[in-house]
Design a protein around this ligand. Sequence first.
Ligand code: PLP
Length: 484
Amino acid sequence: MWQIYERLKPITLDPNATLSQAMTANNVTGSGVTFFLNPDGRLVGILTDGDLRRAFLSSAALDDRCSAWFNRTFVAGRIDAPRSDNLALMSEKIFHLPLLDAEGRLIDFITWKDMWHVPLVTPSLSGNELSYVQDCIATGWVSSQGAYIGKFETAVGEFLTARHALSTANGTLALQLALQALDIGPGDEVIVPNFTFGASANAVMQRGAKPIFADVDPETWTLDPAATEALLTPRTKAIMPVHIYGHPCDMDPLMDIARRHQLRVVEDCAEALGAAYKGRPVGTIGDIGCFSFFANKIITTGEGGMVTTNDPALADRLKVIRDHGMRPERRYWHVEAGTNCRMTNLQAAVGLAQMERIATFLDWRDGLASRYDAGLEDIPGIRRHVGQSWARKVCWLYTIAVDPQVYGMDRDALLAHLKTRGIEGRPVFAPLHIQPAYPGCGTGAYPVSERLGAHGLSLPTGNDTPLIEVMRVVQAIRELAAPA
Ligand SMILES: Cc1ncc(COP(=O)(O)O)c(C=O)c1O
């Protein structure tokens, strides 16, 4: 059973309310609309400011019942419909759209502001997410031992063709768990790309080891093999290729370096579920792959992560560390100082429902990417992040780099302009070697990550981003472009 959102409470009234009560409610919320609900929460009428005005102009008494005036033949959307379908119901006449459940109960509403605003990402949770979570609540399996954990892990493992997939509380802890299982700790160095989210480096530091930053390739924006090799020292224990913005790293040369120098490989796949290198899914190439299911990722579990491996001994060790360092066959007996980074059944329930739609999500994102590509390719000074021929790139956040000399504006001016058009953009990650958290970790040269950090930005990309909104974004970017 859906609950009426908190924000709806002040603007819902009983059909027997008077016009004066409706006016007071509208005055309090400033929303310009009042919804009238039956005792069971079913929407029976809508009264807008305009309807109120018309009622008074026709000299209705203030204690007139609203039911005499409200609109009973309203247009309504469905709470479980894609955002794009609901937005399509809005028009110059309808700028408050109620969202109903299957029984006609009012759950939420959207306004013209939602039409105007293009968010960077909104998760799509309109599949079985709610019913699976309700099942957890109804059965009481809310911690990390319910049936959804195994089902979710199996779904991800099968999707990736990984022999072992183990869920974690988030992607950062997945990385820490992987590093611990590979015995990386104080005194060790791990090569990390200079262009990544800080969590990649933080996980290394949390293990007491030192991240050493290597520059990235100008085409893929991922770890540059030559830069990696140049930074190896006798203390280097591992390499962490990050499949940034959904583009797989060039894994063959990196795996070759690892083999020649006996290094372990932890793939950071947080942004790249579904990406593949020469046909092999990311997360199955190195020793361990680590995924994130934060709300802006390809799939979400709210917060959540996964470690994947094909090595049964490593899988065994990962399970022990994830569960306080206890072996499953002997409780309260700690074979090493482990931790608790388990996922809950509630999160896994959401994850399973998301995995049921992963193919649709990836297709949708491909559709967004091809529309962005077609719309942006001829704008001078806009560089796209193009997938290499050997890559199955997934469109995590559609990201571009702006050449201010050619485009005529810099990245920050473009972001500010997009904001005035209601479009949410985001700068890319700043290079790590200049950040205060990582003293002494940047001993190389970083021309590519410095350039990307200064000029890169991401555009709205979500499992629910309407395709039509891509055209609005492209149009806004075109408005600023220097005349050809
Ligand atoms: C490249 C990269 N690594 C690691 C993480 C950490 O994942 P989480 O936010 O689930 O801890 C993220 C995501 O935020 C990421 O983008």
